[in-house]
Design a protein around this ligand. Structure first.
Ligand SMILES: [Mg+2]
Length: 382
């Protein structure tokens, strides 16, 4: 469900492909990120001159390429959104899904910008357009993912100082011994931190059946996430029966349709919900509610993204009571050399703060978008 939205027409549709420098390297099971991240920024402008912003944060090895997101927005979504009324939200998003398969990050960007613009015009926060506010803060988890564990030891100190209470160890990118050593260190030196473990598909079936139960027994993390390839539902289901901690699906579940299949095949105890996988805020909420109806838990995941996408995820979680395991919107503060928001993404005492200002609540800084832009859209049909 979504609130009645304004009749104002969209008269501007601008797209930028940005490359943002990062402060270090992050290794995940399926690949590494270093140097910079690439995101696509969409700006929709209404007849009143107000603008709404959205972000597509693709990762080639996970969801898709920035080039595909850019083309989806610039070439295919531009004509179906331009001149349309914001009150046609459902039709616009339905047409976007029909016009381009996959490219869920581009669909998330489109819906984020539509809702940001509508919220600003209405003087209401995006969460209020989605439903009731179920929380004002969201517990933050930060990932431990550097191949240089000494660098992560410094990050762990910083996180404790900042009051962050949850870390997620990215595992399965080097070897089992490295994962065990890092977990032993965190348990010994940071006993107050809750630990989650995410393999990002990094293990083969045989590795997973050996290593995952050992990690579960030795460290009893809050959950263990996606040890094997996204399509290996069989091993996910088998692992569930071999461990006593919850098994989460991430890459195995993009949208509500995957969630239903995952439930039917009993592959997981919970799910990482991401607007970039689901193709928008509304479909992300649907993933969480579908999971909850089957007794599964839900976590607020993200991609390599800026504070703009973090805000979209924050508003989605603020209106989605089923997402109870916190979020991982750490990149704007702990990974990017410079974020795109005009103010810092709001984090305090280890929690993301839900904003109540109109739209997403914090404006995107166009000077920063243009500074990091490596190409822009064609600005046709606007
Ligand atoms: Mg994950």
């Amino acid at each position: 469900m979504i609130a009645a939205l304004p009749d104002e027409r969209i008269v501007g549709f601008d797209v930028w492909h940005c490359a943002l420098p990062v402060t270090g390297r992050r290794d995940h099971g399926i690949g590494a990120v270093a140097g910079d991240i690439e995101v696509i920024i969409l700006r929709l402008t209404g007849e009143s001159g107000v603008s709404g912003y959205g972000e597509a944060a693709p990762w080639a090895v996970f969801t898709g390429t920035p080039e595909a997101s850019f083309a989806a927005l610039d070439r295919y979504f531009r004509p179906l959104a331009s001149k349309r009324r914001l009150s046609e939200h459902a039709q616009i998003m339905s047409e976007a899904r029909a016009a381009v398969v996959h490219c869920t990050e581009a669909k998330a960007a489109l819906e984020t910008a539509l809702l940001d613009l509508a919220g600003k015009i209405m003087g209401q926060p995006v969460w209020s357009l989605l439903g009731d506010k179920c929380r004002s803060t969201i517990a933050l988890s930060c990932s431990i993912a550097s191949p240089d564990f000494d660098a992560d030891k410094c990050l762990l100190e910083r996180l404790e100082t900042d009051g962050v209470g949850i870390v997620k160890l990215k595992a399965g990118f080097r070897d089992h011994a490295f994962d065990m050593t890092r977990l032993e260190f965190i348990r010994a030196h940071h006993p107050g931190l809750a630990i989650r473990v995410d393999y990002n598909q990094g293990l083969t079936r045989d590795q997973a059946l050996r290593q995952v139960p050992e990690i579960a027994r030795a460290f009893e993390p809050d959950f263990i996430e996606q040890p094997v390839r996204a399509d290996d539902y069989c091993t996910m289901a088998e692992l569930r029966g071999r461990i006593d901690v919850p098994l989460l699906a991430d890459e195995s579940v993009f949208g509500p349709e995957d969630m239903e299949r995952a439930i039917a095949e009993e592959i997981c105890d919970g799910v990482s919900v991401k607007i970039m996988k689901a193709g928008g805020l509304l479909r992300a909420r649907e993933v969480a509610s579908t999971a909850a109806e089957a007794g599964l838990s839900a976590y607020g995941g993200d991609m390599f993204e800026t504070g703009l996408a973090h805000l979209a995820g924050t508003h989605m979680i603020a209106a989605t009571p089923e997402i109870t395991l916190g979020c991982e919107f750490y990149q704007a503060k702990y990974f990017l050399a410079e974020d795109l928001l005009g103010e810092p993404f709001p984090i305090s005492a280890g929690h993301v703060l839900v904003t109540d200002a109109p739209g997403l609540g914090i404006e995107t800084d166009m000077d920063k978008v243009l500074k990091h832009a490596i190409r822009s859209g064609e600005e046709r049909a606007s």
